[in-house]
Write a protein that binds this ligand. Structure first.
Ligand code: TEU
Ligand code: CA
Length: 580
């Protein structure tokens, strides 16, 4: 009996595009869909099989597209619906699949549903969002409870027309939909999901898809931040009681009509055992999810205060997080993903390796080697393939666009009476982990604005575009870009081990190098292993050979140095095929 063909979303490599900063075609300074279409041959050549397009829907852009005011249209700044149809068709013609972002926990406050809902308490959509009465204490009006929004402040906003508050887990312009209502779910399924599947998209990356179901008694959250008015309330809104019921309903009532639709869920704040309930094959809910342990290392602290006060982490914790993300689906019917970047994360070189000019390119190839050998669907993010880095230290708060960073900075300012040393610390944290790092326009070449636009870019372009850009790297056979191409081809050639294998790490506590193997006993490969050595150091490192690989036949498959020697040179990477 031959094994069934794996789902397309397991074997394919995905590439995420954040449209505003990807490629501008008409000189208005904003990336757009025609610009993206013009780069499809580039993506194809890189080895991309699946395109994930971040929100391009009509939106007031209060949270950069994650506040949608019309699920069925493209924002004019990105193009037209016809452009999107063309994108879908061109992807398919070139043998690529396309995922859209599905943002259905909340809409924009400018969505027609919300504009109706907020009018009064009796309109036809009066219950489509989460409305609650104020709490009155000593004649004064307060939000219904103490929940803190993920982007800071109260999670409730007052509307005089109704003399009520509505819930928003993110910015106030992102009211949460009331999923409890059958007609709301039906409208979401039709307008946000079927509409696009009918137009040919192959699936979705599903935004915050474990937040739909809340504790509908809306109790106060426990006090975990001393002295704060608003408290993190995840216990009351993450993985709520009806999540599984609704995701199953969505699969049965909507997705099943369209075949093998990929639903790649974003599942923040969820333990491995809990994640499996969403992604095991039997559950028929999500195809796979993003596990955030790796990208959370030393990063922002959820809904805490001083969110951008980052802390260092060590390599063993990084290995531990990678191991978790590799292991939690091992031996189950569930599937995992591998990624180090997305539109919410700073650049992986700064966070997990080095951005020092003398090592940057080598380290980018080292991280490409790591990702290329990991089990699960690989997601890479625009600019990652050229090893781009965070904003330079010269950038100041005026260069920042993301409301999450700005709120957090202003909060520090308020708390410490604009003390310059506190603000300096806040800005240092922002430079290190802010989402804007990922949202800097892509550096296509060394011409003005990095070739991103002929106009005035909507966001500051990277100072380093003359040194880090696609065009130069395409010409250089030893560039990170060309290394990524080789790595992606190698990942496919050895897919049984690289994509589908079991991960084992051999040097857990080693603080400066990372050694791991990939094996796959189920595919007649009992005697083959991929063995990967990675250096995370500016200094030479000895090799930590797994005992069972010692003295065995080893074939070098790829390396970021010409002649691997006895030791690992700084930031070196190598992968061997070992016959044991
Ligand atoms: O992110 C959800 C999420 O949990 C993040 O807000 C994360 O906690 C945050 O980036 C960092 O602290 C999704 C989208 O990826 C993000 O871009 C949106 O802002 C958010 O949902 C709201 O739609
Ligand atoms: Ca444009």
């Amino acid at each position: 009996m031959s094994a069934p063909t794996p789902n397309w979303w397991k074997t394919g490599t995905a590439y995420q595009v954040w449209p505003a900063s990807y490629k501008d075609s008409n000189g208005d300074g904003i990336g757009d869909i025609p610009g993206l279409i013009s780069t499809l041959p580039y993506l194809k050549n890189l080895g991309v099989d699946i395109l994930w397009l971040s929100p391009m829907y009509k939106s007031p852009q209060k949270d950069f597209g994650y506040d949608i005011s019309d699920y069925q249209d493209v924002d004019p700044m990105f193009g037209t619906l016809a452009d999107l149809d063309e994108l879908i068709k061109k992807c398919h013609d070139m043998g690529m699949k396309i995922l859209l972002d599905l943002v259905i926990n909340h809409t924009s406050d400018q969505h027609k549903w919300f504009l109706e809902s907020k009018k009064d308490r009796t309109n036809s959509k009066a219950d489509w969002y989460v409305w609650r009465d104020p709490k009155i204490i000593d004649g004064k009006r307060y939000p219904p409870n103490n929940w803190r929004a993920i982007f800071g402040g109260s999670a409730w906003e007052y509307v005089p027309e109704r003399d009520q508050y509505y819930l928003h887990l993110f910015v106030p312009e992102q009211p949460d939909l009331n999923w409890e209502l059958d007609e709301v779910r039906k409208a979401i399924y039709e307008e946000a999901i079927s509409f696009w599947l009918d137009r040919g998209v192959d699936g979705f990356r599903v935004d915050t898809c474990n937040l739909y179901s809340k504790n509908t008694t809306y109790p106060d959250a426990p006090i975990t931040l001393m002295g704060e008015e608003y408290q993190p309330a995840e216990v009351h809104f993450v993985n709520g009681p009806r999540m599984h019921e609704w995701l199953k309903e969505q699969r049965e009532q909507v997705l099943d009509k369209y075949g093998d639709v990929a639903m790649v869920g974003e599942l923040p704040g969820t333990e491995a055992a809990e994640v499996l309930k969403y992604i095991s094959e039997e559950a028929r809910e999500l195809s796979c999810v993003f596990d955030f342990d790796v990208v959370s290392l030393g990063g922002r602290h959820g809904a805490g205060v001083k969110k951008y006060q980052v802390h260092p982490h060590d390599l063993p914790s990084f290995k531990q997080a990678i191991k978790k993300q590799q292991d939690f689906t091992r031996g189950t019917t569930a599937w995992t993903t591998a990624f180090l970047e997305n539109h919410d994360q700073a650049r992986s070189l700064n966070r997990f390796a080095t951005a020092k000019p003398e090592f940057r390119e080598k380290a980018a190839k080292m991280l490409a080697t790591l990702l290329g050998c990991l089990t699960g669907t690989l997601f890479i993010y625009q600019g990652q393939e050229i090893g781009t880095v965070n904003m330079p230290d010269t950038w100041e708060i005026e260069d920042i666009k993301d409301p999450d960073s700005l709120n957090s900075y202003n909060d520090v300012k308020d708390r410490h009476d604009a003390d310059p040393l506190w603000l300096k610390k806040a800005m240092a944290g922002i430079r290190r982990v802010a989402r804007d790092n990922a949202r800097i326009p892509v550096q296509w070449d060394s011409s003005a604005n990095g070739g991103f636009t002929t106009g005035k870019p909507w966001m500051r372009v990277h100072d380093l575009y003359p040194e880090i850009n696609v065009a130069d790297q395409e010409k250089d056979p030893k560039s990170p870009l060309n290394y990524w191409k080789q790595m992606m081809a190698l990942r496919k050639k050895y897919s049984d081990l690289a994509i589908f294998g079991d991960f084992d790490t051999w040097d857990f506590l080693e603080p400066e190098s990372f050694t791991f193997t990939k094996t796959n006993a189920s595919n007649g490969l009992q005697n083959k292993k991929l063995l990967t050595f990675l250096s995370f150091s500016d200094e030479e490192q000895p090799l930590a050979y797994p005992p069972e690989c010692k003295g065995k036949d080893m074939e070098l498959l790829i390396s970021n140095v010409d002649q691997p020697g006895k030791y690992l040179s700084p930031w070196e990477a190598r992968v061997y095929l070992v016959t044991v």
